[in-house]
Design a protein around this ligand. Structure first.
Ligand SMILES: N[C@@H](CCC(=O)N[C@@H](CSC=O)C(=O)NCC(=O)O)C(=O)O
Length: 287
């Protein structure tokens, strides 16, 4: 389904397009933002997908993530999907901020009624990029795509990269949920979207479990992770980066960089402080 352009905003020499389309995957209208750097008016540019965290729409990072200065300089487009279907009208969908609306977790739910709409993994890996490259094929290079994200979106970036070897050139994450089957957010979500009967199924959507089987590219993983030491969600055990770090080491996976940033919290003050590094990390693999 083609995109309607709701608004076009000039920023850092490029354009931020606020788009909307009807998704056949989620069976709802979906909003998505696309930043086109100035280079896209003369050449096809690569794309960095940014997956947002709990409660976010495509606007949070577009407005206060400060990715556009670096993306403009590097000549990289940024695609900001929404974090869940909206308006599916499922019972309980808007009862809590960490499940349902705004909390799609970039997985395909298998439990009803969520399975009818909450298929954000298929939406982000297939329907959305296919539709974007069809409509903006003169500006975007479908063969050069990287992925990044924050918190729940960091979990999305890590798992979608690890589940789809070769689909993305690189991956990075800011304060990602690294071991969802072991943290409160992940346990609540996986129980709700997958059920509790088969916990082995949960492991297929957990970066710490997935990295143990990473063999692609000779075991090299082009991953950058930043976590703030003043992040309350980190302190509460929602992120568990040390579990992923340990799994990476034990599996002999190479090329991964973990950085613990002194005093930074979980907010967009943290994200915007390191946005440039994440664009430049992607640029190393996209050019
Ligand atoms: N309950 C609060 C906190 C929600 C929150 O902090 N969300 C983060 C992501 S947390 C992990 O995925 C976020 O990015 N919020 C948006 C923002 O602009 O800061 C709430 O309801 O806000």
């Amino acid at each position: 389904m083609s995109f309607e352009t709701k608004s076009t905003i000039a920023t850092f020499g490029g354009k931020l397009l606020k788009l909307s389309h009807t998704s056949t995957t989620t069976k709802t209208p979906m909003n998505v933002n696309l930043y086109l750097p100035p280079a896209s008016s003369t050449t096809k540019v690569p794309v960095l997908i940014y997956l947002s965290g709990l409660t976010c729409t495509p606007d949070n990072c577009s407005e206060k993530g400060f990715f556009h200065a670096a993306a403009s300089a590097a000549g990289i487009a940024i695609l900001y999907p929404d974090t869940s279907p909206r308006g599916a009208n499922l019972p309980g969908e808007t009862d809590s901020w960490d499940f349902g609306a705004g909390a799609g977790f970039y997985i395909n739910a298998t439990v009803e009624p969520w399975s009818g709409h909450y298929n954000m993994e298929s939406y982000v890996t297939s329907e959305l990029p296919e539709a974007i490259f069809e409509q903006f094929g003169d500006k975007l290079d479908s063969g050069r795509v990287s992925i990044t994200g924050h918190s729940m979106g960091g979990h999305g970036a890590l798992t979608l990269f690890l589940k789809n070897p070769g689909k993305y050139r690189s991956v990075s994450a800011l304060a990602p949920i690294c071991n969802p089957s072991q943290c409160p957010w992940g346990k609540k979500t996986f129980a709700g979207y997958f059920g509790t009967r088969d916990k082995e199924e949960w492991k297929k959507h957990d970066a710490t479990e997935l990295v143990k089987g990473w063999k692609h590219d000779g075991g090299k993983l082009p991953l950058l992770i930043d976590v703030g030491t003043g992040d309350n969600f980190y302190k509460q055990g929602q992120l568990l980066p040390e579990n992923l770090e340990k799994a990476v080491k034990e599996a002999g996976v190479e090329g991964v960089k973990f950085r613990y940033q002194e005093d930074y919290d979980h907010s967009y003050y943290f994200i915007s402080s390191f946005a440039k590094d994440h664009v430049e990390h992607a640029a190393k693999y996209l050019f």
